[in-house]
Design a protein around this ligand. Structure first.
Ligand SMILES: [Zn+2]
Length: 146
């Protein structure tokens, strides 16, 4: 891979380590031309299978955008949204699978969102789980109270 400092097309790997969770590899590299060192991280591509059958790469930004919509007007800070996005990605990656369904992504979002803001949780759940009447809301609220 190209050196990010001087664009030299050749760099050498001087150290390779597997992350503690076993889901990524870090390589320490050195450029033989400018002698600068840098680190690359290798992870498997996480794919999301949609209900329509389509497949797309997992996007943390997309998760955050969806949750931000549900949080409109709620006292939820941008940092908390970023943390939630990270949690969701870690949760999904910890399963060690190359593909997850959009349903699993939704469930992975609901868990931390419940702790973050219950109103946003209900909004998100109502869309994601297709609430169609008051009873659906009532059931979700009852579950929250338990
Ligand atoms: Zn270089």
């Amino acid at each position: 891979m190209h050196c990010p400092f001087c664009q030299n097309p050749d760099t050498k790997v001087i150290d390779t380590r597997i992350s503690d969770d076993g889901h990524s590899i870090r390589r320490r590299r050195v450029c033989p031309k400018c002698n600068k060192r840098f680190t690359t991280v290798e992870t498997s591509m996480l794919l999301v299978t949609k209900r329509s059958g389509g497949v797309e790469p997992f996007s943390r930004d997309k998760v955050i955008t969806g949750v931000r919509k549900a949080c409109q007007g709620r006292p939820v800070k941008e940092d908390a949204l970023k943390m939630l996005g990270q949690k969701v990605e870690e949760d999904l990656r910890s399963r060690g699978l190359a593909e997850v369904t959009s349903d699993e992504v939704g469930k992975a979002i609901l868990k931390p969102l419940k702790d973050l803001d219950v109103v946003a949780y209900l909004r998100f759940a109502s869309v994601y789980q297709n609430f169609s009447n008051l009873e659906d809301f009532q059931n979700a609220i009852d579950q929250l109270r338990d």
